[in-house]
Design a protein around this ligand. Structure first.
Ligand SMILES: Nc1ncnc2c1ncn2[C@@H]1O[C@H](COP(=O)(O)OP(=O)(O)OP(=O)(O)O)[C@@H](O)[C@H]1O
Ligand SMILES: [Mg+2]
Length: 459
């Protein structure tokens, strides 16, 4: 805000307008005025007032409509409205639509002076808080997240803005872009940070078990339900729940989730009671949800409920400027964990990493660096030690398939082949599970199930 506050006066009576402008100019404010509601929007853009003094009764566009135009705008000016004496209903409406205060006509200039001063002070403070919050998140809060590219700055700002609210947030981005980190940051910066953060990967749990996992069950709800079990929603009470890979929910579970979002209640499987849950819901997906909606796999109403606010994570190849910083960060992170110290990358190795396409994003970069750290054993990391592309893919051959040995039996042999196929697909896809599933032409859910079955690590 500039040192001289700017005020826009909106009143259709020329005499009243002039008197107001006089008064405010004498108070050392910079003043503009108009008699038309329709002029407020364009004037706001040109003049950028800190405060708009708005008559609610205007001939062309009434004051409440003007307020509503600005209600959602992130950098809206402050508003003080002027109402006819006795029209309290309009005054209440105005406050509800975001006005700071109201004064009644005929105006008491002394009162007006005080209200204007308070409104400007209030606005200055809220701006300060917003700026502090954004800087804080960018500098300290998201300290596990690295990268200063414009795209990441946007992400940090969004986190700062939406973390304090209760709004449902949809976190979007390719596999390995940091969706989980964003979920953690949103929780850490929310008033619920002292409460639990419960994450559930909707694709990793077999469909038949997922509902029990989410909503819990009563004793005897189904054959294996020997005792009562609290679902993740109840476990997350007072905190945040993260529904990862939310696109993978079955239609039945989607319907139940929609109910949770609408009514904030759940029912345990086999239970009669409706239980209120106090959770903030975050959802993450690497999928094109709009496409799933069009294709009928994902409910449109649920889509709108989840997509109140979206945070979009950039692909690593779209923020290459962040690579040096990310590499440094990830090397330090794993140095201590692996108990090796590394002098870093040779210039050639860095070139190689910066020019690579990173289909598996930061997760893939992290895997590559971890492997290189181990292989380098304290020496500088050179290009031979980093092979982001699978060596198998590069040579196009060298696939050593398990021996088909009848004596090992059908199941063991098939399992060995499956394991091999999946490992290889994951490598080719740079750890990107969505791509790996696509390569294998199977559902991601099946890929997860098989990874678990064969003990293939998620990382
Ligand atoms: N901006 C970042 N700064 C530092 N580390 C990051 C960043 N983004 C991601 N990472 C690291 O990369 C790895 C993958 O991140 P994360 O699990 O959050 O990705 P994701 O989008 O949830 O992926 P997936 O869809 O595969 O689950 C993690 O180890 C995380 O710490
Ligand atoms: Mg994830």
């Amino acid at each position: 805000m500039s040192p001289v506050a700017r005020i826009l006066v909106v009143d259709d009576e020329p005499l009243a307008r002039e008197a107001l402008c006089d008064l405010l100019s004498r108070e050392q404010y910079q003043v503009e005025s108009t008699g038309e509601g329709r002029q407020v929007e364009p004037l706001n853009r040109e003049f950028r007032p800190d405060l708009i003094l708005l008559d609610l009764r205007l001939p062309d566009l009434d004051g409440l409509s003007v307020l509503r135009q600005f209600q959602q705008a992130p950098e809206a000016p402050g508003f003080v409205v002027m109402t006819a004496y006795g029209s309290s209903e309009a005054a209440i409406q105005a406050i509800k639509y975001g006005a700071f205060d109201y004064v009644t006509k005929p105006l008491n200039f002394e009162e007006l002076r005080v209200v204007v001063r308070r409104a400007l002070e209030h606005r200055r403070l809220t701006e300060q808080v917003a700026a502090l919050r954004e800087n804080y998140t960018a500098a300290v809060g998201v300290r596990n997240m690295v990268g200063n590219s414009p795209a990441m700055q946007e992400v940090y700002k969004m986190i700062g803005r939406v973390a304090p609210s209760e709004a449902t947030v949809l976190i979007r981005g390719e596999s390995g872009t940091g969706k989980e980190l964003v979920a953690e940051a949103l929780h850490a910066h929310s008033p619920r940070s002292k409460g639990p953060l419960v994450k559930i990967n909707c694709a990793a749990i077999p469909e038949t078990l997922l509902e029990a996992e989410l909503f819990g069950h009563e004793k005897g709800a189904f054959t294996d339900a020997r005792q009562q079990h609290l679902g993740r929603f109840e476990q997350a009470s007072g905190g945040t729940i993260v529904l990862d890979e939310v696109a993978e929910l079955s239609p039945g579970t989607q319907a139940k989730l929609l109910r949770v979002l609408q009514e904030r209640t759940i029912e345990r499987l086999g239970g009669q009671r409706t239980i209120a849950v106090d959770v903030r819901i975050l959802a993450a997906t690497a999928c094109d949800l709009e496409q799933s909606v069009r294709g009928g796999q994902f409910r449109e109403d649920l889509y709108y409920r989840l997509n109140v606010i979206a945070i979009n994570l950039p692909r690593l190849r779209d923020r290459r400027d962040d690579l040096p910083e990310l590499i440094e960060h990830l090397l330090r992170k794993h140095e201590s964990r692996l108990q090796v110290s590394s002098p870093g990358l040779s210039p050639e190795a860095l070139d190689l990493l910066v020019s690579y396409g990173w289909p598996g994003n930061v997760r893939q970069l992290e895997n590559v660096l971890q492997r290189a750290l181990i292989l380098a054993r304290g020496r500088p990391i050179t290009p031979e030690l980093i092979q982001p592309e699978s060596p198998l893919a590069a040579s196009g051959a060298g696939v050593s398939w398990p021996q088909f040995d009848v004596s090992r039996g059908f199941h063991q042999t098939v399992a060995a082949v499956e394991k091999r196929l999946i490992t290889e697909a994951l490598e080719l896809a740079g750890g990107n599970r969505t791509r790996a599933a696509a390569l294998l032409k199977i559902q991601r859910r099946l890929l997860y199930a098989k990874m678990q079955e064969h003990g293939i690590a998620d990382e």
